[in-house]
Design a protein. Structure first.
Length: 255
């Protein structure tokens, strides 16, 4: 069983590849939470995985919330792993995730990072990758995910996460600030270029956007995944003035 969260499709693509390799069932975390499904039966030889993007050098808050919410029936130290997608590095994502798992009395046996195209654009200095870099990352990810699938299939206890430089500062200082102040819909809006295609409403994993009249309106249940911004065909979805000259990215396999 593989639980996953994804906004612009990178982690969804990884989860699908692993599900095919390992012959495991996929569970979309926001859907499970919306439907109040928290109890899962685990077979003796079943593998349990979590696939998610790295947000400001840590797991997205929804992942940590879901771990607290989740209940396993038949848990007996089954092989549990995670795979996180990141634009460059993960900080101490591994430690944060493993601590959350341990707090539930479970053991994380393995964890991996997969470098994928950048999509965070809400702060100065952050933008999508150039097309050349995007293409290179996507091509490299194919063999990387295959290798990760092989390791997981063999139930190896191994961690391969690219922490990067200054991981403590990134995860222990910057991440809490991002979680507290950086996840907000306050500045999201649609410009007059909006054609009411409802694409933003459809791609929002949290069902947090509704069309009122001819314009989208954002609720408060946001993860800052930016799917609404990246999926807009008219570039009408903007975040204050920050995103006016930024690029867009959506995993080409999930458009």
């Amino acid at each position: 069983m593989i639980f996953y969260f994804s906004g612009t499709g990178n982690s969804k693509w990884i989860a699908k590849q692993l599900a095919d390799i390992l012959q495991e069932k996929l569970v979309f975390i926001p859907e499970a939470m919306r439907n109040a499904i928290s109890d899962y039966e685990i077979a003796d030889e079943e593998k349990v995985g979590f696939v998610f993007p790295v947000y400001s050098w840590g797991p997205p808050p929804i992942i940590l919330q879901f771990i607290e919410y989740l209940t396993f029936k038949g848990y007996n130290n089954q092989y549990l792993f995670f795979v996180c997608s990141c634009g460059d590095d993960t900080g101490l994502t591994q430690q944060v995730f493993c601590s959350a798992i341990a707090a539930r009395g479970w053991k994380c046996a393995a964890g991996f990072s997969v470098i994928m195209p950048n999509n965070y654009v809400l702060l100065p200095g952050f933008d999508v990758d150039s097309k050349d870099v995007e293409e290179r990352k996507l091509n490299n990810a194919i063999s990387r995910v295959a290798e990760v699938g092989r390791i997981i299939g063999g139930r190896e206890e191994l961690f391969q996460c690219k922490e990067g430089s200054f991981p403590f500062i990134k995860t222990k200082v910057i991440n809490p600030l991002f979680t507290k102040w950086g996840i907000s819909t306050e500045k999201f809006h649609a410009t007059d270029a909006c054609i009411a295609c409802k694409r933003c409403e459809k791609v929002c994993p949290m069902s947090n956007i509704v069309m009122i009249g001819w314009k989208p309106v954002w609720g408060t249940d946001c993860t800052s995944c930016l799917a609404c911004y990246h999926a807009c065909p008219q570039r009408a979805v903007q975040y204050g003035k920050t995103t006016k000259k930024k690029g867009q990215y959506f995993n080409p396999n999930e458009k």
